[in-house]
Design a protein around this ligand. Structure first.
Ligand SMILES: NC(=O)c1ccc[n+]([C@@H]2O[C@H](COP(=O)([O-])OP(=O)(O)OC[C@H]3O[C@@H](n4cnc5c(N)ncnc54)[C@H](O)[C@@H]3O)[C@@H](O)[C@H]2O)c1
Length: 254
């Protein structure tokens, strides 16, 4: 098992890619804290892990709220005694373009995606520093950190920020054997993507149209992104620092 006896906090783990990461990390021996706004699904994911003999707990958390960040990390230490892996996966996407995005919506997206990643990375890094045994932090960017599109201006800005933030945090934390990396997923079949696809009035048609625009003519499965998160969180990635891994079925190379 690649994560035996490790403790991981995964934000946004009640659904989608975060859920797949929580399930995979638990299968690989990690004790997992599921930090999410969605209590119903988060509790269910923790229950699934425990039913299979793993260790997991749900902790309610708004990643954009410092008190929740602190309480979540405290819960991890209280319950499992240590912190080895931090996955900043939770995110908010609003469709508004540069021409119609309000300042409030822009700040809301930045607060969840970028400030949430910042607070969890900083506070997790302090814990890891005190433990003196290193650690791994995996952030979530997007292909939209790399390419432009007409909408979701705040999301673009936040994901570009996360890629840059990841490089700078990696340099600062490298001397302490804390590896900070990011994943930039392509279109992945999750509740978040389905909500976006529903905008055309027919989810299945929306998903088909999105898949048709992909080089592989299909969406990623959340597990295909989780596999890369496992690699980056594990000792297999011992020489990987500050990278943003594109996991996009070739979307950005064509
Ligand atoms: N699905 C895709 O196509 C895709 C593409 C590129 C990047 N990503 C990125 O991958 C990550 C996961 O995406 P997904 O599609 O699985 O998302 P999703 O919308 O399906 O699930 C997101 C989870 O985050 C939680 N969440 C949202 N705001 C939160 C907050 N403030 N505090 C705590 N939890 C919160 C939600 O409750 C949900 O459980 C995100 O960072 C997203 O930007 C996804």
């Amino acid at each position: 098992m690649k994560l035996a006896d490790k403790v991981a906090v995964v934000t946004g783990a009640a659904n989608g890619i975060g859920e797949a990461i929580a399930l995979l990390f638990a299968r690989e021996g990690a004790k997992v804290v599921i930090a999410d706004l969605d209590e119903a699904h988060g509790t269910a994911v923790a229950g699934t892990i425990r039913d299979k003999g793993g260790k997991a707990l749900f902790h309610p958390c708004d990643v954009g709220c410092q008190a929740d960040v602190t309480a979540t990390l405290d819960a991890a230490i209280r319950e499992y005694g240590t912190l080895d892996i931090m996955v900043n996966n939770a995110a908010l996407m609003l469709p508004d373009s540069i021409l119609d995005c309000s300042t409030e919506d822009f700040q809301r997206v930045l607060n969840t995606n970028l400030t949430g990643t910042f607070m969890f990375t900083r506070d997790a890094a302090h814990i890891m520093l005190n433990q003196k045994k290193g650690g791994a932090i995996v952030n979530f960017a997007s292909t939209l950190a790399v390419v432009g599109s007409p909408g979701s201006i705040a999301y673009h800005a936040s994901k570009g920020g996360i890629a840059s933030f990841t490089r700078a945090a990696a340099v600062a934390l490298m001397p302490h054997n804390i590896r900070v990396n990011a994943i930039a997923p392509g279109t992945t079949d999750t509740p978040g993507l389905r909500a976006g696809a529903a905008a055309c009035g027919d989810v299945e048609k929306g998903l088909k149209d999105i898949a048709a625009g992909q080089p592989l003519k299909r969406l990623a499965h959340p597990e295909e992104i989780a596999n890369v998160a496992l690699f980056l969180a594990s000792d297999d990635a011992s020489f990987v620092y500050g990278a943003t891994w594109l996991v996009d079925g070739g979307f950005t190379i064509i």
